[in-house]
Design a protein around this ligand. Structure first.
Ligand SMILES: Nc1ncnc2c1ncn2[C@@H]1O[C@H](COP(=O)(O)OP(=O)(O)O)[C@@H](O)[C@H]1O
Ligand code: SF4
Ligand SMILES: [Mg+2]
Length: 372
């Protein structure tokens, strides 16, 4: 078991964590990377895969026992690729994201094993100070709740500009110009005027755009968006998803989209990992998973997506709740809620079966699920 490490210092008001780190890229348009000396000392191999998470394990040590919130998670994200991570509340999606970012609160969270490699360097092995630099410059995050992530007492221009002043040594005027450019980039009308407004003066959708501008300010290679549209109405959700997809394509970023709503990522993700009770239970390209899921849980999530052609009908929901992580059922964790569970599901925990075409599923009876 890997020794336990302090994973982060908690969240700053600016959720990219960018306010805490060193300098980065030069300004203007899609910028070329001229990282500061300390970042280049880390030894990233730019020809290595962008992000590889392998056998990641995060535990919460609580009074009720040890909860394995992330239990052996493995996935990768390439430049220009979008990975959707799906699952109901409490399945370990945010903890996975926080472990990658290095912002887990420890205690109670402890990384118990695995690696998070960015361009060949295991971020989990880096000292915290170095981690901060990486967080600001290479891996950024957008959270669900923009209002609590932005600082209410400063204008958005000041908060955005601060990133450029602190990390690039821009003058006040230069930083303001960059802030306007970014607000414009994320589709905020009259950006030159809005730059002087405070967060509460923006609508929820526009605030989420400000958050996205913040996360992109220092030109990250990987963007993690954790339920970025959950607080928004359906029309605005679609606009924000489109914005993220466009920016990702334009900047060739790796994008990880975390959501409990399968409907949200269908149009933008390339591949999907479905999480249940801390584990990946199905992995596939987006087309296959929506057309023909291979796990009963994925199937149930799909059936809970509102559909226009089923207007007026009651929405299917998955009966029951995910299990307490300190008291997982024996065998398959999904067995208490699974319509096709049988004896073997209670005695044998299913491995992640390879089912061809790069697909995997943790269900003993996947052939039956695929055929149904
Ligand atoms: N601060 C905490 N203390 C104890 N357990 C926690 C804490 N935060 C998260 N967990 C555990 O980790 C699990 C996964 O949480 P999370 O990743 O936030 O779920 P989600 O998939 O909704 O993002 C929770 O179900 C809970 O058991
Ligand atoms: S292994 Fe059994 S309980 Fe688990 S998902 Fe498959 S059929 Fe259902
Ligand atoms: Mg979450």
């Amino acid at each position: 078991m890997r020794s336990t490490r302090r994973a982060g210092e908690g969240m700053s008001t600016i959720s990219t964590g960018a306010s805490m780190a060193g300098d980065t890229v030069s300004g203007g348009g899609r910028r070329s990377r001229t990282t500061d000396a300390k970042l280049s000392e880390i030894g990233f191999d730019e020809s290595a895969p962008l992000l590889e998470v392998e056998d990641l394990q995060v535990e919460f040590r609580t009074r009720d026992g040890v909860a394995s919130a992330v239990n052996g998670t493995t996935f990768s994200v390439a430049a220009g690729e979008t990975l959707g991570i799906l699952g109901e509340s409490g399945c370990g999606k945010s903890v996975t994201a926080q472990a990658i970012m290095g912002i887990l609160d420890s205690p109670p969270a402890f990384i118990a094993g695995g690696s998070v490699k960015l361009r060949g360097v295991d971020l989990l092995s880096l000292p915290e100070e170095t981690r901060r630099r990486v967080r600001a410059n290479r891996v950024a995050m957008v959270f669900q709740d923009a209002l609590s992530s932005l600082n209410p007492v400063f204008t958005v221009g000041r908060q955005l500009g601060e990133l450029f002043r602190r990390h690039r040594g821009y003058t006040k005027a230069e930083a303001r110009a960059e802030a306007v450019r970014l607000l414009d980039l994320v589709g905020i009308p009259a950006a030159a005027d809005r730059v002087s407004d405070f967060p509460h003066q923006f609508s929820a959708g526009m605030r989420q755009r400000v958050m996205i501008a913040m996360s992109l300010a220092l030109d990250p290679d990987v963007l993690i968006a954790d339920e970025p549209t959950t607080a928004l109405d359906v029309t605005v959700q679609a606009q924000i998803m489109k914005l993220l997809a466009d920016l990702q394509a334009e900047r060739n970023m790796g994008l990880i989209l975390i959501t409990h709503d399968m409907g949200v990522v269908a149009d933008v993700a390339d591949k999907i990992c479905v999480m249940y009770a801390g584990k990946i239970v199905e992995r596939a390209d987006v087309y296959s998973i929506y057309r023909n899921p291979a796990h009963p849980y994925t199937k149930a999530l799909l059936e809970s997506i509102p559909r226009l052609d089923r207007k007026g009908q009651q929405l299917a929901s998955i009966e029951g709740l995910p299990p307490m992580l300190t008291r997982l059922p024996a065998g398959c964790s999904f067995n208490p809620r699974c319509a096709i569970a049988r004896e073997r599901c209670i005695t044998d925990e299913p491995p992640l079966y390879d089912i061809g075409d790069g697909r995997q599923t943790a269900c003993h009876y996947h052939e039956e699920v695929l055929g149904s």
